[in-house]
Design a protein around this ligand. Structure first.
Ligand SMILES: [Mg+2]
Length: 344
C-alpha cells in the first residue's frame, strides 16, 4: 500500500500482473494515443488478462458511454466489454444520486455518457434550467457543445441549484493538438456564477470509489501516465500505482514530483505489468538500481548518476535520490544532465 512519505520506487519480486488482482488502467497515454494503440499495449494487456489479471479501463472523459469506449478498445484489438469501463460520468451520477431524491431531474451540460450514467442511477436528464432541475451536472461535451449550454447551467446555479462536474481536466489531447477540456468549461461557468462545483473525477475519491465498487478489486494497481490525476488518485485512494512513460510525464516531471505524485513503480510502457520490478538499495550517499548509482548533490544543485545498464534502472535510482532529498516537497535539484546521461 502507498504511504505518505514514499521516497523511492519499490521493487517487486513477482510480475505486477500476479502481485495485483486488478489493473485500473487509464486510457489516453497508456492504452492509446490519438486513437491508435500505444506500442506493446495490445500484447501486454492480452498476456496479463490470460494470466488472470482483471483489467478495468478508468477514464475521466464523460463524453463517451462505456459501450462506446469498449467498442473502441475492441477495434484496437483489446478485448473489452462495457462492464470493464469506468467513467467519471458514472462517478458523478452516483455522487448526485447520493444527494437528491430518486427520479429527480438533473440539468445536463455534456454528452451522451452523462445522460446514460444518470439514467442508470434512476435520475432524469433534462436540458433546460426551466425544467426545474434539482442538480446541474457538467461533463466534457466535445467540440459541438454550444456556448448556450453554459448559460443554461449558469441560470440554474444562480438560483441555488447544486452544481456537479464529472472532472476538471483543463485540457484534452486530440489528434490535432491540445484542446480545452471539461475543466476549462467548468471555469467558464465558475466565472459567470462565482459558485463551486462538487467534482467526481480523478484524482478525487468519488472516482476511485466508483472504480472499486464496479470492479470489486481487492488488490488494485492503478496504471497511468499523469501524475496529478492517475497517480494522485491512487495516492488518495491508498492503493499502489504504476507510472508508464508513454504519455504526458517525462523524467524531469517525475523527479520533481511531490509525495502525492510519486508512483509505486515506474516503467516504460505496459510491458511493465508482466515483469517484476528491480529493488533500489541505499549505497553510501547514493541509491543503486541495476547498474546505476544516483545521488543528490545539494552543493552542486543537481542530481548525478553513474554506471551503465538499462535507462529505466537509472531513472528509478534518480527518483530515489531526488525524492529522498526533497522530502515532503518537490525536488528542485537539476536533473537535466543525469537524464541526458540516461538518454531520457
Ligand atoms: Mg492519461
Amino acid at each position: 500500500m502507498s504511504q505518505g512519505g514514499r521516497t523511492s520506487p519499490e521493487g517487486s519480486g513477482r510480475a505486477l500482473s500476479e502481485a495485483y488482482d486488478t489493473a485500473l488502467l487509464d486510457l489516453d497515454g497508456v492504452v492509446y494515443a490519438g486513437g491508435e494503440a500505444i506500442a506493446h499495449a495490445v500484447d501486454s494487456l492480452a498476456t496479463a488478462r490470460t494470466g488472470g489479471m482483471r483489467l478495468a479501463y478508468v477514464t475521466n472523459n464523460a463524453l463517451r458511454t462505456p459501450e462506446a469506449v469498449a467498442a473502441h478498445l475492441t477495434e484496437l484489438g483489446i478485448r473489452a466489454e462495457a462492464s470493464d469501463v469506468v467513467t467519471s460520468a458514472q462517478a458523478v451520477a452516483r455522487l448526485i444520486a447520493d444527494q437528491v431524491p430518486r427520479g429527480a431531474r438533473v440539468l445536463v451540460i455534456g454528452g451522451e455518457g452523462l445522460r446514460v450514467a444518470l439514467r442508470e442511477r434512476g435520475l432524469e436528464p433534462v436540458e433546460s434550467a426551466e425544467d426545474e432541475p434539482v442538480a446541474v451536472v457538467q461533463g466534457y461535451g466535445g467540440p459541438e457543445l454550444a456556448w448556450g449550454r453554459f448559460a443554461e447551467a449558469s441560470y440554474a446555479i444562480a438560483r441555488g441549484v447544486p452544481w456537479f462536474a464529472s472532472n476538471t481536466d483543463l485540457t484534452i489531447p486530440s489528434a490535432r493538438g491540445i484542446a480545452p477540456g471539461n475543466g476549462a468549461a467548468v471555469e467558464v461557468v465558475r466565472i459567470a456564477t462565482g459558485a463551486e462545483p462538487q467534482v467526481a473525477g480523478k484524482p478525487l475519491p468519488p472516482m476511485h470509489r466508483e472504480t472499486i465498487l464496479r470492479t470489486g478489486a481487492k488488490r488494485p494497481l492503478v496504471v497511468g501516465d499523469r501524475l496529478d490525476t492517475d497517480i494522485e488518485g491512487a495516492f488518495n485512494g491508498g492503493v499502489d500505482s504504476l507510472l508508464v512513460l508513454t504519455g504526458v510525464t517525462d523524467g524531469a516531471l517525475l523527479l520533481a514530483a511531490p509525495p502525492q505524485h510519486r508512483p509505486t513503480y515506474v516503467d516504460a510502457d505496459l510491458r511493465g505489468l508482466l515483469t517484476g520490478q528491480p529493488e533500489i538499495t541505499r549505497e553510501g550517499e547514493g541509491f543503486r538500481c541495476g547498474g546505476w548509482t544516483a545521488r543528490a548533490s545539494v552543493e552542486a544543485g543537481r542530481l548525478e548518476v553513474t554506471g551503465d545498464g538499462g535507462a529505466l534502472d537509472g531513472l528509478r535510482a534518480l527518483c530515489a535520490a531526488a525524492w529522498t532529498a526533497a522530502g515532503d516537497s518537490g525536488c528542485e535539484l537539476d536533473g537535466g544532465k543525469a537524464l541526458a546521461r540516461l538518454g531520457l
